[in-house]
Design a protein around this ligand. Structure first.
Ligand code: GLN
Length: 515
């Protein structure tokens, strides 16, 4: 009997050699399940936020104006991703990946509980809940993504395929969350919807508790820095947490004023500065070898490409949402679909196409013609550009048909655009996750995942700021927005295409020391 059979905890090699989850390690199934529930709760809550905050007091909402509520949602979305950087750091230097996921999940569940209890404790409980979700997601999201990479020490096409399957879990959760909690929140009661999102996160915690030890074993339990450093990191993390609590209390009690619209506008510059400073710090004080520095440069370029991509893609809840509501003929078989249902088209297509992409990467890999990640990014940017070009055509159709009155276009315009965006997303997002685990020096893998999610933070803010400018009263602005979005994506496609070969050369060293 082996040691692992006695304790029920597999060894690291047993974990990575296992093939019982669709040909992938069983641990991937665990991560799939936990992240599915976490996204169920995240995407389940997100569309309700703006509806709830802008709903009149009589309808149980807060009666906030749209700009303020929109800015709050933008800041929340950005902060959720922003928190990935400290979250990754805490995992690398103190808690390790597995414990960060566990504690992150608990904090998220407490956040949802607090939002649910805002039925009794009003706004302080609501905003405290959002802050807790930000902190918890920062701990969970980058680290659960990093641990997926650890299941494939051989890297290569199999790891990309593993990330595509994992990405399906993300979107299964997003799809169900949007449908279930959206319905409950809107039709039954706001707080029932919030509560359902919280129950989703609790299911994720239960999944982790039951399966983590026996399917992940020791993977993601180690911390690559010495104990003294870990103690230092612990002190820093707890002090920062204390500072956050004080800041939240000051804002919450009205001692420090908070203007959401101004904060949203300044945050974009703030985030980009943080990332630049972080890269500068790594180069100067990170103790990196020349090879590692080259790979960090590649990460920097992928970051910029991803930020451009997400700035278009994250217009889904803003400009594309408005387009669905105001300019799309949503009647199908005599039934008018709610505009928010369009939000789940993307998740649906991801679920449908992720296996195709996973198989495609393996198929190409077997024939020795795996496209490099910069090449896949180029394709992703291009497809998203075409998606927004489709929206440009659709918006021109709205205007051309007009003559004063608004013409509503067929649902196929948005559906087609979302399909192209999804194909782009599948060429970029799971590939980006996989590349971070491949390119980052081992001791920085959690943090690099944090850097990756920083691109989503920028995207959420820019997508929120430009998407919020769509005004049904000023129709002519709409094609301008879609034209600019498409053009930015095409310019980024051109630049990435030129960089494919140099980046591939800089990445070569990572193929050798792939981890
Ligand atoms: N939909 C994906 C997720 O939730 C990616 C979102 C993003 O990074 N902007 O993980």
């Amino acid at each position: 009997m082996t040691e692992s059979a006695k304790t029920g905890t597999p060894t690291a090699s047993e974990v990575v050699e296992n093939r019982s989850f669709f040909g992938h390690p069983r641990g991937l199934g665990t991560l799939f399940g936990v992240e599915m529930w976490e996204r169920f709760s995240y995407y389940g809550l997100r569309p309700l936020l703006i509806l709830f905050m802008t709903a009149a007091l009589l309808d149980g909402g807060y009666g906030f104006d749209r700009t303020t509520a929109g800015a709050i949602v933008g800041i929340y979305g950005a902060c959720v991703y922003l928190a990935s950087l400290p979250g990754g750091w805490v995992a690398d230097r103190w808690l390790g990946l597995q414990r960060s996921i566990w504690y992150g999940g608990i904090i998220i569940a407490l956040g949802h509980l607090s939002i649910g209890l805002s039925a009794i404790f009003k706004q302080p409980a609501f905003f405290l809940g959002l802050v807790l979700i930000v902190i918890g997601t920062g701990l969970l999201k980058p680290n659960i993504s990093a641990i997926v990479g650890d299941l494939y020490p051989g890297g290569g096409a199999r790891r990309d395929a593993g990330f595509s399957i994992y990405y399906m879990g993300i979107n299964t959760g997003a799809f169900l969350g949007q449908i279930v909690t959206g319905y409950l929140g809107e039709r039954v009661g706001w707080h029932i919807g919030f509560g359902a999102a919280g129950i989703g996160m609790v299911c994720g915690l239960i999944t982790f508790k039951i399966f983590a030890q026996r399917t992940l074993g020791p993977i993601g339990t180690d911390v690559a820095v010495p104990p003294a450093e870990q103690q230092k990191a612990k002190k820093i993390a707890l002090s920062v947490l204390g500072a956050i609590i004080i800041a939240v209390a000051l804002v919450g009690s009205g001692v420090v004023p908070f203007n959401p619209v101004a904060v949203a506008a300044y945050s974009t510059a703030g985030i980009i500065s943080i990332v630049i400073l972080y890269f500068a710090y790594l180069f100067v004080l990170g103790g990196l070898s020349p090879d590692e520095k080259k790979r960090i440069v590649v990460i920097g370029v992928l970051f910029l490409a991803a930020a451009t991509f997400w700035s278009a893609f994250e217009q889904a809840p803003t400009s594309l949402n408005l387009f669905a509501r105001d300019f799309t003929d949503r009647v199908v078989f005599g039934f008018e679909m709610p505009a928010t249902w369009f939000q789940s088209i993307n998740s649906f297509f991801v679920i449908a196409f992720a296996p195709v992409f996973a198989a495609l990467w393996v198929w190409l890999g077997k024939r020795g013609i795996s496209p490099s990640s910069p090449a896949k990014f180029t394709a992703g940017l291009f497809m998203c550009g075409v998606a927004f070009y489709v929206m440009l055509l659709a918006s021109n159709k709205v205007i051309a048909g007009g003559g004063g009155s608004i013409v509503k276009v067929s649902v196929w315009w948005l559906t087609g655009s979302y399909l192209l965006q999804t194909l782009g997303e599948l060429s970029l997002s799971p590939v980006g996750l996989s590349s971070m685990t491949k390119l980052a020096p081992r001791r920085y893998v959690g943090q690099m995942m944090g850097v990756w999610f920083m691109a989503s933070a920028v995207g959420n803010l820019i997508g929120g700021l430009v998407g919020g400018n769509i005004d049904p009263e000023k129709l002519e602005l709409m094609p301008v927005l879609f034209y600019r979005t498409a053009m930015s994506l095409f310019v980024a496609t051109g630049i990435m295409a030129l960089l494919i070969i140099p980046l591939r050369n800089m990445m070569k060293s990572s193929e050798v020391t792939d981890h």
